[in-house]
Design a protein around this ligand. Structure first.
Ligand SMILES: [Zn+2]
Length: 392
């Protein structure tokens, strides 16, 4: 397939190319150039007037609570989403799995319609939870990175190893998913976190989400929550909203941090300091977190992240850096060939209509996408070279 005459945000820096051709072969970008000669019989589409951008990577979600939208707002975070006693757990336990899957399926479809081509889900409920998400994904072409979890929690100061039964469960769990999404260092002891560090798949963990979780770690163990989370040797950390400078320095040795500014704000927990993370040398990606407390919309997430960061620090931030958080940086965190338009990368992209009422005239493509575009400007969403939504 040859896409012709599109405006493109190309490569790892999302450089704006006003007009170029893009060739896709076997679901992968083959060439990006000013003019590409089509192969004999190759399908071609004239995309004049369209802006081609990488598909969004929603790098942190919990879509399992899609049935509980806004069911526990205005409550402290732990009352709402704590993995053991939060309102979320009660709702999920008392709902038929078929209904949970139905609403997860709807969220997956919604995400595709909003230009999200990959999402990274912290899936609760052990191996059964993973199976339920796989069921929900049927018929939706979105790429899902599923990070499963053992429903096994303990005191943070315990040194007990993972019991035999959970060892067996862990093996089964990891067979069915892409890695571990650990709830946090406060629900796991040192020996268990170290055990998790030995898994061969992706590892991620919540850290420094709230002032309470930071204080609880020091109170129970005398150590910072982030330093203990790092015992699991995570590829990336989630939140870091209340992380210290030293914590961020330590996090810069991982693939990065996924921040969820709107979710943190809607739980009245604070705002992650994205600028401080950049200064510490961290790769920062963006996620929308629980569907229960926030909409899975990367346009809204980028808009909020951009303005709140400038408002907090009283300094301008490049919208290009915010757009990278929703695309390139997420791909880097996953270690996958997605998140940018460049030869050899998966052909996951979104075509935006630059003549859409909300965008025209487009003077700055990066700014227009970060704080003006909505899904109504989307002409088509393509995943692995196949049209997943809309029409080219
Ligand atoms: Zn989370």
């Amino acid at each position: 397939m040859l896409i012709r005459n599109a405006g493109i945000l190309a490569g790892p820096e999302l450089d704006y190319v006003p007009r170029a051709d893009v060739q896709v072969r076997d679901g992968v970008f083959a060439q990006v150039a000013p003019h590409i000669k089509p192969d004999p019989g190759e399908e071609q589409r004239d995309c004049s007037g369209l802006l081609m951008i990488p598909g969004f990577i929603n790098a942190h979600t919990h879509i399992g609570d899609s049935i509980a939208k806004d069911a526990a707002m205005s409550r402290p975070a732990d009352d709402s989403i704590h993995p053991v006693y939060g309102a979320k757990q009660k709702i999920l336990k008392n709902t038929h799995p078929g209904s949970l899957a139905e609403f997860m399926h709807a969220t997956c479809r919604l995400m595709v319609s909003k230009g999200i081509t990959t999402f990274v889900d912290f899936r609760e409920g052990g191996a059964d939870g993973v199976l339920l998400l796989r069921e929900a994904l049927k018929g939706v072409p979105i790429r899902a990175v599923i990070l499963g979890r053992l429903e096994y929690y303990m005191q943070a100061d315990s040194d007990a190893p993972l019991p035999e039964r959970q060892e067996a469960e862990l093996e089964l769990l990891l067979k069915g998913c892409d890695g571990l999404g650990i709830s946090g260092a406060n629900e796991n002891g040192r020996a268990v976190l170290e055990r998790y560090s030995q898994t061969a798949k992706l590892i991620s963990i919540h850290a420094a989400e709230s002032e309470q979780s930071m204080a609880a770690s020091v109170l129970k163990t005398g150590k910072s929550e982030v330093s203990r989370a790092l015992a699991a040797k995570p590829h990336f950390l989630i939140h870091m909203t209340h992380a210290s400078g030293a914590d961020m320095q330590a996090a810069s040795q991982t693939r990065g941090i996924v921040v969820c500014p709107r979710a943190n704000a809607s739980l009245a927990e604070g705002i992650p300091d994205i600028e401080a993370m950049w200064r510490a040398g961290c790769n920062v990606a963006l996620g929308t977190d629980n569907v229960m407390i926030n909409s899975p919309d990367m346009f809204r997430e980028m808009d909020f992240a951009w303005k709140v960061t400038m408002g907090m620090n009283k300094r301008p931030v490049s919208p290009r850096e915010i757009l990278k958080m929703a695309t390139v940086n997420g791909g880097r965190i996953l270690g996958k060939k997605t998140g940018m338009i460049a030869p050899g990368m998966d052909a996951d992209y979104v075509l935006l209509d630059r003549h859409a009422l909300e965008l025209e005239p487009v003077h700055s493509p990066h700014a227009a996408i970060v704080h003006r575009a909505t899904e109504s400007a989307i002409r088509a969403v393509i995943i692995g070279g196949e049209t997943a939504h809309g029409k080219i």
